[in-house]
Design a protein around this ligand. Sequence first.
Ligand code: IMP
Ligand code: MG
Length: 187
Amino acid sequence: MAKSLTIPPLTEDLAQVLVDAATIERRVDEIAGEINRDYKDISEPLILVGVLKGSFIFLADLCRKLRIPHVVDFIAISSYGSGGDRQGNVRMLMDIREDMSGRDVLIVEDILDSGNTLAYLQRNFATRGAKSVRIATFLDKPERHKVDIKLDYMGFTIPDVWVVGYGLDYKEKYRTLPYIAQMYPVH
Ligand code: IMP
Ligand code: MG
């Protein structure tokens, strides 16, 4: 019989678990339920656009709970630290492959921090004739917002702390932890 998986323990960088794996799973279930309801009459498959790299685990869990037609695509955005340079400039490094004109698009993001990334994507997608553009973000840090972003689906609100796990990293570390952990201050 296979050994059951153990949960990776906190290391010395990590202060506490903020959201555990079971809580994440329940919340992703609920969000998928909302999306299934909202898009139940969709005519062409919904385009899920995952923002690399942080969204990949949330997107993978979410899309497997969807019961509506959908396709998965990815976009990569430059980040100078988090959320752009001092002016909030962000730049596209890799575009999606799907043509979004006339299509329903759902941006899937790991966390809303300053809002610069999502503001850029909304502006960019608005020029491409999408039928609708909505946003699903796994986490939201309201204290950090610099621009106003309307969230359509949101997992958890967190305080202004650096978090890792479930796709989110600190210098590429801790991205694949199955829970969200708060780091000791690094910024
Ligand atoms: P923005 O500031 O809203 O544009 O967010 C930029 C990006 O910074 C997010 O998509 C995340 O990838 C990253 N980020 C912001 N806060 C955190 C955090 O606490 N942990 C890991 N990544 C973060
Ligand atoms: Mg991100």
